[in-house]
Design a protein around this ligand. Structure first.
Ligand code: CU
Length: 479
C-alpha cells in the first residue's frame, strides 16, 4: 500500500496530464468560456482580487487560442516530466508557479477570501495541492528514489513535513466549517447547489437531496464535519489512530468528491480539473503506514509515544529476541505489546478535545452570527438602488431589488400594495425571489436577467427567499 515518493509524483503527474487534456477542450480556445466561467471565480471576492482577475482575463480573452495552447502545453509538460521522472525538479517548481497563477486568476484563491470556501467544495484548490504534494515528495537524488517505500510501520512515508502539512490542511479546513459569516449550514448548502450546476441530472438530484439533509440539521452537520476534519488532521500523528484517521479521510474525500465537488465538474463540458478530493485521497494513501509485522515480538518500547520521528536509516534497535527472525528484522516499538502507552492515549484524546472545543465555538459563534445577520440586513439596505425604504409614510409603487453575491439588496424593504417590484440578478448563477407563503414568485431568474413581479395587495409582512439558495432571505413589507 505505501507509495514511494516517486509514485506520489507520478500520480500527481497523471493529474496534470488529465488537466492538460481537459484544458484542450475546444471551448477554452475561445473567449466566451473565459469571460463566463471566470466571472464565477470572482463572485464575492474582495475588490483587489476581482480587479486583478478581470485584468488577467482581459489579457487572456484577447488571444484565447494562443494562451490556452500555452496552458495546455505547460500542463502536459509538467505531467510528462513528473510521470517519466525526467526533469522532475524543474517541473515541480514550474507547477508551483503555474499553479499559483491558476489559483489566483482561475479560482480566486480557492474562494477562501469570500467565506464560501470549504474543504468539501475543493478549497484550497487542486492547483495548490499538486505542488505541495510534489514538494513533500521532492526527489532526493535524481533517479535515486525509485523504490524508497517505507518498509517498517514506524516509518513515515513522506516524512514528518507531510504530517504537518496534512494537519494544517485538515484542521484549517475544519475552521472553514465554523459559521463565521453565514448562518450554519448555509455555506455548505450553497456549495452543494453550485457545484452541481451544469452536471448530469442524477448528480444535481443527489446534490439537492444532500442539501435537504443538511437543511434539516445545519449546525449539527457543520459541527460533525469540523470534528471529522480535526480528527483526520490530528489523528495521523499517533500510531494507533493513524489508520482510522486516514480511512476517515478517504471516506470524507469520497463524499466531498461526489457531493461537494461533483467530480470537479468534469462530467460536464468545461470542467478543467477533477477538483481536490482525488488529491486528498492520494495524499492519504501516501501517508498510509506499511502493515506492521504480524509476529508478536516483545520488543523494547523505544519509540516515543508522541508524534513520530522521521525514519532514520539505522534506526532499528538491536533486538534481544533469542530466535533471530528469518526475514526483515522488526524495528523497535511497533509490536502490539508496545501499544500500551498511557501518555499516547492521552495525546490521542487531544483531537477529540479539540473537536469538542471547536464544536462549542461553532455553537456560540453561530448563535451570535445569526443575530448578526438579522441585524445586518438594514445595513445591506443602504446598498439598494431604489426609491426604496425612506421613512416617508407613502411606500413606493415601484421598487428595484438587486440580487448580488448571493444576497438580496436590500433584504428588507417596503412597498405600496400592488407595487411593481423589478428584480435584477447580477450574479452568475440563477436565483429566485419567492414569498414563503407563495404570495409572489419570480421563478428562475437567469444570470444578468431582470424580472418583474407584483407585490401583494394585502398589507402585511411577507418573508421571502431564493428557492435555490434558501439562506438568501429577506422580508417584504406591504403598507
Ligand atoms: Cu439563489
Amino acid at each position: 500500500m505505501p507509495l514511494s515518493r516517486r509514485r506520489v509524483r507520478q500520480a500527481v503527474g497523471l493529474f496534470w496530464l488529465l488537466d492538460g487534456v481537459l484544458q484542450a477542450q475546444p471551448g477554452f480556445f475561445g473567449p466566451q468560456v473565459w469571460r463566463e466561467d471566470i466571472a464565477q471565480a470572482v463572485m464575492g471576492e474582495p475588490p483587489w482580487v476581482r480587479h486583478s482577475i478581470f485584468a488577467a482575463i482581459a489579457v487572456i480573452a484577447a488571444h484565447p487560442a494562443l494562451w490556452n495552447a500555452l496552458f495546455v502545453a505547460i500542463q502536459l509538460g509538467i505531467g510528462l516530466a513528473l510521470l517519466t521522472d525526467r526533469l522532475a525538479r524543474p517541473a515541480i517548481v514550474l507547477s508551483a508557479l503555474y499553479g499559483f497563477g491558476v489559483w489566483w486568476v482561475g479560482e480566486g484563491f480557492g474562494a477562501l477570501p469570500t467565506g464560501f470556501g470549504l474543504l468539501a467544495a475543493g478549497a484550497p484548490g487542486p492547483v495548490v495541492l499538486y505542488p505541495v504534494l510534489c514538494f513533500l515528495a521532492w526527489p532526493r537524488r535524481p533517479g535515486a528514489d525509485h523504490d524508497d517505500r517505507p518498509r517498517a510501520s514506524d516509518q513515515l512515508p513522506l516524512g514528518r513535513p507531510a504530517l504537518v502539512a496534512w494537519g494544517v490542511l485538515w484542521v484549517g479546513g475544519s475552521l472553514l466549517e465554523v459559521p463565521w459569516v453565514y448562518p450554519p449550514g448555509q455555506v455548505l448548502t450553497a456549495n452543494l447547489e453550485e457545484a452541481s450546476i451544469g452536471s448530469p441530472s442524477w448528480l444535481v438530484h443527489l446534490a439537492a437531496q444532500a442539501g435537504h439533509l443538511v437543511a434539516q440539521a445545519p449546525l449539527a452537520t457543520d459541527v460533525l464535519l469540523a470534528v471529522a476534519q480535526v480528527a483526520v488532521g490530528l489523528g495521523v500523528w499517533w500510531r494507533p489512530t493513524r489508520r482510522p484517521a486516514l480511512l476517515l479521510a478517504l471516506v470524507l474525500a469520497g463524499l466531498f468528491w461526489v457531493f461537494g465537488q461533483d467530480f470537479g465538474g468534469i462530467l460536464a463540458p468545461g470542467g478543467s480539473d477533477p477538483s481536490s478530493a482525488p488529491l486528498l485521497a492520494l495524499w492519504a494513501l501516501a501517508l498510509w503506514p506499511p502493515a506492521p509485522a504480524s509476529r508478536p515480538t516483545r520488543s523494547r518500547n523505544i519509540s516515543s509515544s508522541g508524534p513520530e520521528r522521521a525514519p532514520k536509516k539505522g534506526a532499528m534497535a538491536p533486538t534481544t529476541t533469542p530466535a533471530p527472525t528469518p526475514r526483515t528484522p522488526e524495528p523497535a516499538g511497533l509490536s502490539p505489546a508496545a501499544g500500551r502507552r498511557p501518555r499516547g492515549v492521552r495525546l490521542a484524546l487531544l483531537p477529540v478535545l479539540a473537536a469538542v472545543a471547536l464544536g462549542l465555538a461553532a455553537c456560540s459563534s453561530s448563535s451570535s452570527s445569526s443575530k448578526a445577520t438579522s441585524s445586518a440586513s438594514p445595513a445591506a439596505a443602504s446598498s439598494g438602488t431604489s426609491t426604496g425604504t425612506s421613512a416617508s409614510s407613502t411606500a413606493p409603487h415601484s421598487f428595484h431589488l438587486v440580487i448580488k453575491n448571493f444576497a438580496f439588496h436590500p433584504a428588507d424593504f417596503t412597498v405600496a400594495p400592488g407595487a411593481t417590484i423589478t428584480v435584477t440578478n447580477e450574479d452568475s448563477v440563477t436565483h429566485t425571489f419567492t414569498a414563503r407563503d407563495g404570495a409572489f414568485n419570480t421563478g428562475d431568474i437567469p444570470p444578468g436577467h431582470t424580472v418583474t413581479v407584483t407585490a401583494p395587495t394585502k398589507p402585511g409582512s411577507y418573508p421571502y427567499l431564493c428557492l435555490i439558495h434558501q439562506f438568501m432571505t429577506g422580508v417584504l413589507t406591504v403598507r
